[in-house]
Write a protein that binds this ligand. Structure first.
Ligand SMILES: Nc1nc2c(ncn2[C@@H]2O[C@H](COP(=O)(O)OP(=O)(O)OP(=O)(O)O)[C@@H](O)[C@H]2O)c(=O)[nH]1
Ligand SMILES: [Mg+2]
Ligand SMILES: [Zn+2]
Length: 293
């Protein structure tokens, strides 16, 4: 009677969806987020900061995120970033290996349990001891599209966005630049979905920073000269919703490859091959998001 004995927790709440899981689970039973994330977050005793990379299928999320993580772990600029858990390195490893073999990585599977998640501890050397525990999953664009079209199909996406401190929205600048309305409409839908998920009071503009990354800008170099002007002209619907509903947003031109070659696959589809990797504008959006947190 009265003797306090230590008992290990019988369940652990998922970091993303808060559903209780058994401590030896590998992935969350509800949303498939890796439980290693939760163990890691508990060990840090800090609330992790979730930055979500979103965008349509084929906009370049996997390539961008893999490259970003690789640059962070190579101490680009004055960032210092340490992957937590070997699983965090998989995405970057995969993307860099494919690019090194002059290929783009395959498309991300729809199944949530096949997404790669990365948990990084990042800090800026010049800015003193502030540490960010960054959680960044690589989602499939088709899952994002399905969730936006009919909410609750992919609960993990909604939970993630609710918990996100910042978002990086990728928009295909190459498509927008040749006059396709698809990137603008998809981005508009995503922003209005995001608005619905994080809105607290209707009248207030949202404070969550959103970096809009104009991907594949190597196809339209004028993007680099003035990303905002490019967006105002070619992504006007997105431009307007940003101004009306978001307090912190900005546009960034990025590209991962310097030159492309073309070949055909087994079905005679023409596909591009990255002949040489020349990342441009990868860190800027990320750095901007951190500066607004
Ligand atoms: N020119 C150019 N093409 C790119 C660049 N990044 C990606 N691409 C092209 O875009 C395609 C899709 O890139 P991914 O990163 O797989 O796209 P994703 O957004 O992850 O797509 P899902 O996994 O389907 O959601 C690649 O196969 C390349 O053809 C870039 O910087 N420049
Ligand atoms: Mg992908
Ligand atoms: Zn979960």
């Amino acid at each position: 009677m009265g003797t306090a004995t230590y008992t290990a927790p019988t369940t652990l709440p998922c970091l993303i969806c808060e559903v209780e899981n058994s401590p030896d689970a590998v992935v969350c039973a509800e949303c498939s987020a890796p439980m290693a994330l939760i163990q890691e977050a508990l060990a840090q005793e800090r609330d992790p900061c979730i930055i979500t990379v979103i965008g349509d299928s084929n906009v370049g999320k996997t390539v961008y995120l893999g490259m970003l993580l690789d640059m962070l772990s190579k101490r680009a600029d004055d960032f210092d970033a340490v992957p937590k858990g070997a699983y965090s390195v998989n995405l970057q490893h995969q993307v860099i290996s494919y690019l090194g073999g002059r290929q783009f990585p395959p498309k991300t599977a729809m199944e949530v349990d096949e997404w790669q998640w990365a948990y990084y501890q990042a800090s800026k050397k010049k800015k003193g001891p502030q540490i960010y525990d960054l959680v960044m999953p690589d989602m499939a664009g088709e899952a994002v599209a399905a969730e936006v079209a009919s909410p609750k199909t992919f609960k993990v996406i909604r939970s993630l966005l609710e918990k996100s401190s910042g978002a990086i929205l990728l928009v295909d600048a190459a498509l927008a630049g040749v006059g396709s309305p698809q990137p603008d409409f998809f981005a508009l839908k995503l922003m209005s979905y995001l608005d619905g998920v994080i809105a607290s009071k209707q009248e207030d503009r949202l404070k969550t920073p959103v970096a809009i990354v104009l991907s594949k800008s190597d196809y339209c170099p004028d993007c680099f000269d003035n990303p905002r002007a490019f967006a105002e002209t070619n992504l006007n619907r997105l431009w307007n919703i940003c101004h009306n509903r978001f307090e912190h947003f900005d546009f960034f031109a990025t590209s991962v490859v310097g030159s492309l070659g073309y070949g055909t696959d087994e079905y005679d589809n023409v596909i591009p091959y990255p002949l040489h990797v020349a990342p441009r504008g990868i860190l800027e959006p990320f750095e901007w998001v951190l500066s607004k947190l």
